[in-house]
Ligand binder design. Structure first.
Ligand code: UDX
Length: 446
């Protein structure tokens, strides 16, 4: 540690979590060495390029260039650091468990460090991983290396803000002295530090994501019932969320949750429970509700258009949420493939996401206008700001049929209808799935 209380740090894994962590710790004054295994990525970072879109990250990396080093060399990175942050991904295996192979690779690659460095786990891992890592370190003759679980709660698009102004920081350690050192890093942020044992810290992360997805699946089910009974889920969520015991967040009904974390973490917790002899039935329902929710958009289109074969459908938004180009587990992927399977002609526009091979068979467009031209329906899949103003006479006139299915309840239904669109939201009073007969006879003449 230097005179200002700054520690040299290493970050293993230059993905979303790793780069944001590295950039923010550099901003707080630490020297950070970032290590990744992909040569092109390291080279791009060395040249000042950011490999993905995250608001503010490029500027932060640039501003702290002098304190950041990017390398392929694990030993160099670890040797230079007092604390080694593990930020590698832990994707799901076929069984739904978390794949820890990249975590084990980091342990294997650690050099024979002679001082008490600390391995800080930011990757999301099953409960019990800390114990296993400790055993693995012992087996490698590295029992003097400390271990701290320090889960991340960064949401894409607001990751830097989330890091710098967190609701809390969780520090789970085997030894108080290790927890003290990690806690000290976060002290400048002036936030609540939750100190815990390692297993509880690991569980906090899994439980947090499980709870957030439960909230969303819950409000999506309320929305579906709202459609049947003539209520408006936006009002319902407002009225429920103002109760401080529930809170207003994660009560936006829509076309389902996605992203790189939710699906895998919820499935990992469900499997972890199952592997330990407990059937986590609530999570099974949370996942199932979400799968059905993505597909409900197809039914809404069929309600208006009848059979979708040959119909042109424009998807507005592909990223799993706005302000990111990330399409991992995006609802748009399921929706697009269901529409293609129904024989629809699918076009799509997203301001940032570039799906490449992911969306075979979908025509990618450069603007909303291009996507909706000649379309029988436009579906708002991601609530990008620019889609707020989509309900214009120009867009209406460009479409073959002026139908908007608003998968994120982004638009005002009345204002949209006033421009001459048919409007379908999610769980909005006037959008019952049963309002129009679901018969192929409703098909329009092409
Ligand atoms: C999430 C967690 O928020 C974060 O703490 C964790 O570390 C990683 O996973 P992220 O995946 O970036 O972050 O996205 P988030 O903003 O949480 O949204 C996830 C998904 O839920 C998106 O598809 C979003 O559209 C959907 N969502 C969110 C809803 O459908 N309704 C809501 O009310 C909120």
């Amino acid at each position: 540690m230097n005179a200002q209380g700054r520690e040299p740090l290493a970050v293993f894994g230059a993905g979303w979590v790793g780069l944001v962590t590295a950039a923010c710790f550099a901003e707080l004054g630490h020297e950070v060495t970032v290590r990744d295994v992909v040569p092109e990525k390291v080279e791009r970072l060395q040249n000042g390029e950011v490999p993905f879109f995250e608001p503010g990250l490029g500027e932060l990396l640039e501003r702290n260039r002098d304190r950041l080093t990017f390398t392929l060399d694990a030993a160099d990175a670890a040797e230079a650091a007092e604390l080694v942050f593990v930020c590698v991904d832990t994707p799901p295996t076929y069984s739904g468990d978390a794949d820890l192979s990249r975590v084990w690779t980091v342990i294997d690659e650690l050099p024979q460090l002679d001082r008490r460095s600390i391995l800080v786990m930011k990757s999301t891992v099953p409960v019990g991983t800390g114990e296993k890592v400790r055993a693995a370190l012992e087996a490698r003759g590295l029992s003097h290396i400390g271990y701290v679980s320090n889960p991340e709660f960064l949401a894409e698009g607001t990751a830097i803000e989330n890091f710098m102004n967190p609701d809390r920081v969780v520090v789970g350690a085997f030894l108080e002295s290790d927890a003290d050192r990690v806690t000290a890093l976060y002290e400048p942020l002036g936030t609540t530090i939750v100190r815990a044992d390692v297993a509880s810290s690991e569980m906090i992360k899994l439980a947090a994501n499980a709870f957030l997805t439960t909230k969303i699946s819950f409000i999506n089910e309320i929305a579906n019932v709202c459609e049947l009974v003539g209520a408006d889920v936006v009002k319902v969520a407002q009225g429920v969320g103002l109760d401080h015991r529930m809170g207003p967040h994660f009560l936006r009904a829509g076309a389902g949750w996605g992203g790189s974390c939710f699906g895998k973490d919820v499935s990992a917790l469900k499997q972890l429970a199952g592997n330990s002899g407990y059937q986590f039935q609530l999570l099974a329902a949370v996942i199932e509700v979400n799968e059905l929710q993505k597909r409900r958009i197809v039914q809404k289109l069929q309600k208006h258009l009848g059979r979708l074969r040959g119909k042109r459908v424009a998807l507005l938004g592909l990223a799993f949420k706005p302000n990111t180009d990330d399409m991992r587990d995006a609802p748009s992927l399921v929706l697009a493939s269901r529409l293609l399977a129904e024989g629809a002609n699918v076009r799509a526009y997203d301001p940032e996401a570039r799906p490449g091979e992911l969306l075979q068979g979908v025509a990618l467009c450069d603007s909303t206008l291009e996507a909706v031209t000649g379309a029988d329906a436009a579906v708002i899949v991601t609530e990008w700001n620019e889609f707020q103003t989509v309900a214009t006479p120009e867009i209406r006139d460009a479409m073959r049929r002026p139908l908007i299915v608003d998968g994120r309840n982004l638009l005002d239904p009345e204002a949209t209808r006033a421009v001459g669109f048919d409007y379908e939201g999610i769980g909005r009073a006037a959008s019952p799935l049963s309002a129009l007969p679901e018969t192929p006879e409703r098909e329009l003449a092409d």
